[in-house]
Design a protein around this ligand. Structure first.
Ligand code: SAM
Length: 187
């Protein structure tokens, strides 16, 4: 089981405190988490997950074969970040804002990520803010590495800026609400 009753309460508490940032009524389903993890090559290098919530996707990333020491989680909500650190003791967990990566993770240090997974509810942010987040993330990715975003809308949540491609990787009906998985890459 990847989501317990206690996880659901923890998630609900964060939702009530910051509805726009949490942006979903419950954690993602295992089916969505697995569809996202499938897009990761577990041997390619370190992985960053933004907005991991209670850790359902983090669990799937580890089950995919990514070593815990190779996974970094960045969660804004303090209670959720503490929960993640206790749940995944070998994983690096940061509490902070994905829209200010230099402040939370430090400046890019020449060791780019082999994949970034984002659970940030982008549809609650202006398109210019979504694009600048994506450009900031691209500077922390290996060339051609995937930026994997899930979203509840019909279309890709970010219009890819020039030089980027986007692929619809999966539609997952077994999630509340049904979700799509999108993979962005910088050409
Ligand atoms: C839709 S929930 C997804 C949670 C989890 N990934 C899942 O699939 O169940 C969005 C998560 O992103 C976090 N979040 C929202 N804005 C954030 C930000 N700017 N920086 C870091 N985390 C953020 C929220 O606190 C919440 O945990």
């Amino acid at each position: 089981m990847t989501t317990t009753l206690a996880d659901n309460f923890r998630f609900l508490r964060a939702l009530i405190a910051r509805p726009k940032d949490v942006g979903a009524i419950m954690p993602s389903s295992p089916a969505l988490a697995e569809a996202i993890a499938r897009e990761i090559d577990p041997k390619a290098g370190p992985v960053l997950e933004l907005g991991p919530g209670t850790g359902v996707i983090s669990h799937a990333i580890l089950a995919r074969g990514v070593a815990p020491e190779q996974l970094t989680l960045l969660e804004y909500d303090e209670d959720l970040a503490q929960h993640l650190a206790a749940r995944f003791p070998k994983v690096r967990v940061f509490q902070g804002d994905a829209f200010d990566l230099d402040a939370t993770l430090g400046k890019p240090n020449g060791s780019p990520f082999a994949a970034i997974v984002s659970g940030i509810p982008l549809l609650n942010h202006a398109m210019s803010r979504r694009q600048s987040l994506m450009e900031g993330l691209a500077s922390r990715l290996m060339p051609g590495a995937p930026l994997i975003q899930f979203s509840y809308g019909a279309n890709a949540p970010v219009v890819p800026p020039p030089g980027y491609t986007v692929k619809h990787a999966a539609s997952v009906l077994a999630n509340i609400p049904p979700a799509k998985v999108w993979v962005y890459r910088k050409a």
